[in-house]
Design a protein around this ligand. Structure first.
Ligand code: GLN
Ligand code: ZN
Length: 758
């Protein structure tokens, strides 16, 4: 039995790549040094896998920013507006990723979207009518050779042609149809090149195959791979799928001349059933994804051994693999000094998952797997109780009834009451919550964490920052203020730290986009709130101004989605437990005089099941009620906001409406305002603040460009309903960008206000 890994995280166990790339952005690190750091990281990651005797190690899973962007560049898919900047290829790449503003021009970044049902974001490549699709890059080949020079034969992972075409945006007249021949020939050139290099395997990642597929999709898939594989020679091809099962195309896939097929047995609910009913060809290898690439719990060897032995009845050749790339889990438990072994023994991050693969390989190679020492050790852990229950919380969750989810009176009535109560101008301006997390803000938190300052010193600093932030917002002229979130490392981890039931990590970072990482807390047990969390700072901020300050909370669905969830209770029960805690926080804020409360559900869209048939039964049927429950107890005059990121709302607009918030702010700047159309078509009645500029880029939007966005919005949204705000929190930006951007935002709002009330 052999083992494989679909991909390994690349940011570095201590986020070395992040820091190096950011130094490069600040012109504080020469390109050559950045490349040297990248190369050391790749070497380290390959060698760790080698040491764990992984048989199929991946290359080209590295990226300076994003793999889909790498693939676009590899294939010459670079829009002219970036080429015209005449930057070197390295900087042109970063210009596509982050936008460019400098002496050579002013260009926005490509759009960014969530990678399937994960919190990883990819850059959306654009094909226009001038795009000439051609294999021009060398990255995968260079990295293959680099590994080979270390004595490591790798399979290069390339995002497959089908998935690539499904995710690309066509901005001109050309369609997918027009690109099939060129894309297929570029991919077959990739294959030939690897063949010339003597590569044994190549991996085409095709996660798009786990979505609902139409007949046209299947025809497209067939056409592409008939072409690509026609030049197949000695290099073997692994078709790698993940994030679900491929029920819509399994029979087509196994009929094609792939040498290996990677299937996900963790998230693929029907994978086993499909293999059992259709069989698996004897001349192919099944790469069985059995070690969870998305969650951090130790693998239960008993379940895995049973599964593999059952599979053995249907397939001759099985390789043990991860369910998806390990990009979505943190590096290693080794750096977690604050977690005791009692907890650690139940967890596995990327490196520990490699050990699991090698232990499973050993166990499954013996004639009697259940008698292997590694097997019984593993079973001992799973037989012990985890001590993580709270009977009280469980009782409340199970007693919830219909009325607990309904806020009175209805939105139309509340809106009138709130307009009177809050007395806001037309087109109220606001921000999404966080202000720049400067080095001193981060230092204050870490000094408090490591005990070098007292709680009083820590809070005094935060209060000083809050006071500055309120003064700054007043000076800029914003209408609804925020306290700035200086006490929060992250919108989810902060609540994790302050609620009972979470396990916090120190270095367990996971890449979210580009150089940005998040550190999801682990939901260990039943969740409860033992004390108020945000009230003090909120009340303090409100005491400093006569303008309204928004109370700022993270919603239950987002807390759940951006944590590593338990696997021993349902996501629904877990979401309701969190909702119970956040509801208490909402009521406390209200009781302390906070009139506007924002409950962020940044991640609501992200975990929408990939298949439509699962949307309600597996997700929306509890996610929307969990949010409603959080605010159903407030007074009519209290205004509830929610905020969402990267919203592709069109398909769940009714459910978003059903959250029953009063105001909703969301990302729109990067998606060409297409959401506005959706709101209009649906007849959305809530007040809305579609982001007028993109905060994920350092570029400063001009007054005229913000005005233009606002006028566009006003064509579809009644003026009484429109808010003006950036598209997300400002914590990743610097003040140098934030202040002029917000000044321009306020100036634009004032101008537009004048012209519409004139
Ligand atoms: N209130 C949060 C902030 O401003 C929201 C962040 C987010 O949506 N990701 O940082
Ligand atoms: Zn956001």
């Amino acid at each position: 039995m052999k083992t494989a890994v679909i991909g390994y995280p690349r940011i570095g166990a201590l986020r070395e790549l992040k820091f190096a790339v950011e130094r490069y952005f600040r012109k504080d690190l020469p390109k050559e040094e950045l490349q040297a750091i990248a190369s050391e990281l790749r070497e380290e990651h390959w060698k760790i896998q080698k040491n764990n005797e992984i048989d199929f190690i991946t290359s080209n899973d590295f990226s300076f920013y994003d793999n889909l962007l790498d693939t676009a560049v590899l294939l010459n898919i670079v829009p002219n507006r970036y080429k015209q900047l005449k930057l070197d290829v390295f900087d042109e790449y970063f210009a596509m990723a982050r936008g460019y503003q400098g002496e050579k021009g002013d260009v926005k970044a490509l759009s960014m979207k969530k990678w399937f049902n994960t919190n990883y974001h990819y850059m959306v490549p654009e094909i226009d009518d001038e795009t000439e699709i051609l294999l021009v890059g060398t990255k995968p080949f260079d990295e293959y050779v680099e590994a080979k020079n270390w004595g490591i034969e790798t399979k290069s992972a390339i995002i497959g042609a089908f998935t690539f075409l499904k995710l690309v945006k066509f901005t001109g007249k050309k369609t997918i149809e027009d690109s099939i021949t060129d894309i297929a020939s570029a991919y077959s050139d990739i294959l030939s090149k690897f063949n010339d290099l003597g590569a044994k395997w190549i991996q085409f990642d095709e996660p798009a195959l786990v979505m609902d597929l139409s007949e046209e999709d299947i025809i497209l898939f067939n056409k592409l791979y008939e072409n690509i594989l026609s030049k197949k020679n000695n290099t073997k091809v692994l078709l790698q799928t993940y994030f679900g099962d491929i029920r819509d195309c399994y029979s087509e896939v196994i009929a094609m001349p792939f040498d290996g097929i990677g299937l996900d047995f963790v998230e693929g609910k029907k994978t086993l059933e499909i293999v059992k009913s259709f069989g698996f060809p004897d001349d192919k290898i099944l790469f069985a994804g059995i070690v969870n690439g998305k969650n951090i719990w130790k693998n239960n060897y008993s379940n895995t051994v049973d599964l593999i032995s059952e599979l053995g009845r249907y397939c001759k050749n099985i390789v043990l693999s991860t369910s998806c790339s390990l990009l979505h889990v943190p590096y290693t438990l080794k750096n977690e000094n604050g977690i005791s072994d009692d907890y650690k023994k139940r967890l596995a991050f990327a490196e520990e998952k490699l050990t699991e693969l090698s232990e499973l390989k050993k166990i499954l190679s013996t004639s009697n797997p259940t008698s292997a020492a590694e097997y019984s050790e593993n079973q001992t852990i799973f037989n012990e109780s985890r001590n993580c229950e709270n009977a009280n919380v469980q009782a409340v969750v199970s007693s919830l009834s219909h009325d607990d989810f309904i806020r009175h009176p209805n939105f139309e009535k509340r809106e009138k009451i709130q307009k009177k109560e809050l007395k806001l101008p037309l087109l109220p301006t606001t921000t999404i919550g966080s202000f720049p997390q400067t080095p001193e803000v981060k230092a204050n938190r870490s000094k408090y964490k490591n005990g070098s300052i007292t709680f009083e010193q820590y809070t005094a600093f935060n209060k000083k920052k809050i006071a500055e932030c309120i003064a700054l917002q007043e000076k800029i002229g914003l209408d609804v203020l925020v306290h700035g979130e200086f006490e929060r490392n992250d919108m989810v981890e902060y609540f994790g730290e302050n609620l009972d039931g979470f396990l916090l990590t120190e270095k367990a970072w996971v890449q979210s986009y580009g150089t940005r990482c998040v550190k999801p807390p682990i939901i260990w047990g039943d969740i409860s709130r033992s004390k108020p969390i945000t009230i003090d700072y909120a009340v303090y901020a409100q005491s400093l101004t006569s303008k309204h300050v928004k109370g700022m909370l993270t919603g239950p669905v987002t807390i759940l989605n951006w944590s590593f969830p338990r696997e021993d209770i349902s996501l629904r029960d877990c979401a309701f437990q969190i909702a119970l805690a956040i509801r208490d926080e909402v009521l406390d804020l209200e009781a302390n005089g906070i009139k506007i409360i924002q409950i962020d559900e940044a991640a609501l869209r992200e975990k929408l099941p990939l298949r439509k048939s699962d949307w309600y039964s597996e997700y929306l049927n509890w996610a929307i009620p969990a949010f409603r429950f959080v605010h159903s107890g407030v007074k009519p005059e209290t205004q509830i906001h929610t905020h969402m990121c990267y919203s592709e709302f069109a398909d769940i607009i009714k459910d978003i409406d059903d959250m029953d918030a009063d105001v909703i702010t969301f990302e729109a700047a990067r998606s060409d305002l297409s959401i506005i159309e959706t709101l209009k078509e649906y007849g959305f009645k809530r007040e809305v603040g579609p982001g007028v500029y993109d905060i994920h880029s350092p570029r400063i939007p001009s007054i005229s460009e913000i005005k233009e966005a606002l006028f566009k919005m006003l064509e579809k949204i009644p003026k009484e309903k429109l808010w003006v705000n950036p598209d997300c929190g400002l914590k990743t930006r610097r003040y140098e960008e934030t202040v002029p951007s917000l000044e321009n935002l306020v100036a634009a709002a004032k101008d537009v206000r004048k012209s519409i009330s004139a």
